[in-house]
Design a protein around this ligand. Sequence first.
Ligand SMILES: *Cc1c(COP(=O)(O)O)cnc(C)c1O
Length: 342
Amino acid sequence: MGKIELDWANLGFAYRDTACHAEYVFRDGKWDEGKLVESPYIPVHIAATGLHYGQECFEGIKAFRRKDGRCSIFRVWENAKRMAATAERLCIAPVPEETFVEACKRVVAANADYIPPYGTGGSLYIRPLLIGTGAQIGVAPAKEYTFIVLVTPVGAYYKGGLQPVKAIVLDDYDRAAPLGTGHIKCGGNYGGSLYAHEMAKRMGYPVELYLDAKTHTFIDEFATSNFLAITKDGKYVTPDSTTVLPSVTNMTLMQLAKDFGMTVERRPIDFEKEIDDFAEVAACGTAVVVTPVNSITRAGKERVTGPATGCGPVLEKLFHAVQAIQYGEAEDVHGWNEFVDC
Ligand SMILES: *Cc1c(COP(=O)(O)O)cnc(C)c1O
């Protein structure tokens, strides 16, 4: 394989074909050994349950070229666990956690040339995908599943510092029903939220915040990322809700905040009662780590939730602490990095 020349500094977050992806098939009650496939297309049966009945789920992870030249994947075991939990809720045959991690490492190693070099701020985004591929027309779980791991190089999201965005609460839409699927990472949650997302974008808000569907009182999360706030008295607060996705980034930030000696509270957050107590607010997730949110608008009323420009000091510190561990610039005391030989 020849060295790949990409404009590493300007990759953005767009899909690019790479050398190959991995495919594992579950058939006759067991997973096969998997294989690497060059073509970015898969032949799918027209009656596959993944196409008709939403038997589909995914994950998002990142691999990094480190300061010491090695490569590591960040907290991949957490994603393995989460996909297994998601699969169970969708009656999909779960991928054993060891197989999941092995598949990620295998695809990253086979695409080593696509890992953005250290210093460019980029990473190799890993997208595991698990779909029902067995043909079925009656509504029931499929007997056959395909597990795919694809990768694509992505650039630094922020150039020249973290930039804040404005958020909106659209009270006419909900993301997740109280006893529904908000806590799992299934494609259906995304399909159901695109309409409100496009509407928010047209109104000039890059992100939309959801309140709990039952009472519209408590904060749940943004459409594709968790909500966290730094209160004016310096606490890290994030919602305790059964309808938000357990974000690995949020878990990471909570741990680092504790390591810094901050008080971390996971509890119900009443939007109207607490919105004016926040010094900094962010949306967090694997793709960008943190997106500072400096105002939230609800029912035509805009509330200030952070500095007008740039990023607040606590979020800034947390963001750099995460990146330093990911790029091997700081000690990984919690053992979050999984090394790949490549
Ligand atoms: C993926 C996702 C997140 C972020 O999770 P990370 O593990 O931090 O990437 C948050 N909320 C929703 C709804 C998601 O789908």
